[in-house]
Design a protein around this ligand. Structure first.
Ligand code: NAI
Ligand code: MG
Length: 328
């Protein structure tokens, strides 16, 4: 039995989580779901957005499924990522038939280093009008993220890893990152490898996104590039993510609690469901993950969706369609 901490959170977080659990329950996974509280409502009730009890449950679990928080998102999810030491942030983007987007047949996953670079908070005011920020890049973290990207490519049957950096200008920091990626690439002759400068890479992403498969990059570039690829395929309702650590992993949709539609029963459950298939892949349930993803794809292609994707179904109705397609 694997313990899964389930944190629905606020607003549509609750709605998409219950939808997602229905889909998982169509299978017989050896999972024990342990529900835990966090978010705005929890803060109102207990004074804490992320109570110790919730953190404890997460630390006793193999994975965390997180819905969304509201205004307390930073106190909840950002803290959770730190506490659970998740070093890799995974953001896949895929175009779906039947969804309006810039490009068809795009299927890219960004593997973003999540612990260092410019996001360490090492910023100072040297004197009035002069500030500095320190960029930390280590061999250890670079190697860990590069290996993760190649292992993920292998596991998911992906063909190519592309590293994005700016080693021509940031010779030391990006130079180290690039060199480590190139070295790790030699251990994976079954996976193609290339590296681009981040600026050129962004241009290629927009002109010719099909040349990318797995992208591995440092924290700040990864933050920007993962939003860029989300834009290529259009839409928050379809954007899942994973935060992977040595011991723990958190799976969550990119979207928030969507107060404008919360309570109406029309939230798109796809991003949450796709986050859960990232969890299944993480545990090695690859064929089950594929079955859910294919069923979701078919449901969307048939136009049986929530209003944000142009359909007229409620969350529950869309889930029923997905489960029907799984069982077919
Ligand atoms: P949001 O992602 O909640 O909503 C942005 C827009 O996208 C809204 O119009 C919403 O209706 C729509 N949308 C989002 N997810 C959808 C879904 N599954 N189905 C259909 N439509 C969907 O972002 P916003 O409005 O900037 O923030 C709202 C609250 O969520 C804030 O309190 C913010 O702090 C929080 N937030 C939490 C996050 C988290 O828990 N990871 C991430 C982003 C925001
Ligand atoms: Mg961002």
């Amino acid at each position: 039995m694997k313990k899964i901490a389930v944190i629905p959170g606020d607003g549509i977080g609750k709605e998409v989580m219950s939808a997602c659990l229905k889909v998982l329950e169509a299978f017989d996974f050896p999972f024990e779901y342990v529900f835990a509280e966090a978010g705005d409502e929890t803060k109102e009730k207990t004074g804490e957005a992320l109570p110790d009890e919730t953190l404890q449950i997460c630390k006793e679990s193999s994975a965390v499924l997180f819905g969304a928080a509201g205004e307390t998102a930073a106190d909840v999810i950002v803290r959770l990522r730190l506490e659970l030491e998740t070093f890799a942030n995974l953001r896949p983007a895929k175009s779906y038939k039947g969804v309006k987007c810039l490009f068809d047949n795009v299927d890219i996953v960004v593997v973003r280093e999540n612990t260092e670079c410019l996001y360490k908070g090492l910023e100072f005011e040297v004197k009035k009008g002069v500030t500095e920020g320190i960029r930390i890049i280590t061999e250890k973290a670079s190697e860990r993220i590069a290996r993760y990207a190649f292992e993920l490519a292998r596991r998911d049957g992906r063909k190519r890893v592309t590293a994005l950096h700016k080693a021509n200008v940031m010779k030391k920091t990006c130079g180290l990152f690039r060199d480590v990626c190139r070295r790790v690439a030699r251990d994976y002759d079954d996976i193609e490898f290339s590296d681009y400068y981040i600026d050129a890479g962004c241009m290629y992403l927009v002109l010719d996104p099909w040349r990318f498969d797995v992208i591995v990059t440092t924290n700040m570039f990864g933050d920007i590039v993962s939003d860029l690829i989300a834009g290529l395929v259009g839409g928050l309702g379809l954007a899942p993510s994973a935060n992977i650590g040595e011991k723990y992993a958190i799976f969550e949709p990119v979207h928030g609690s969507a107060p404008d539609i919360a309570g109406k029963g029309i939230a798109n459950p796809s991003a949450m469901i796709l986050s859960s298939t990232l969890m299944l892949r993480h545990f090695g349930y690859i064929s089950e993950a594929e079955r859910i993803e294919k069923a979701l794809e078919k449901t969307i292609a048939e136009g049986k969706t929530t209003p944000d994707l142009g359909g007229n179904l409620k969350t529950d109705e869309m889930v029923e369609e997905i489960i029907k397609n799984i069982e077919e």
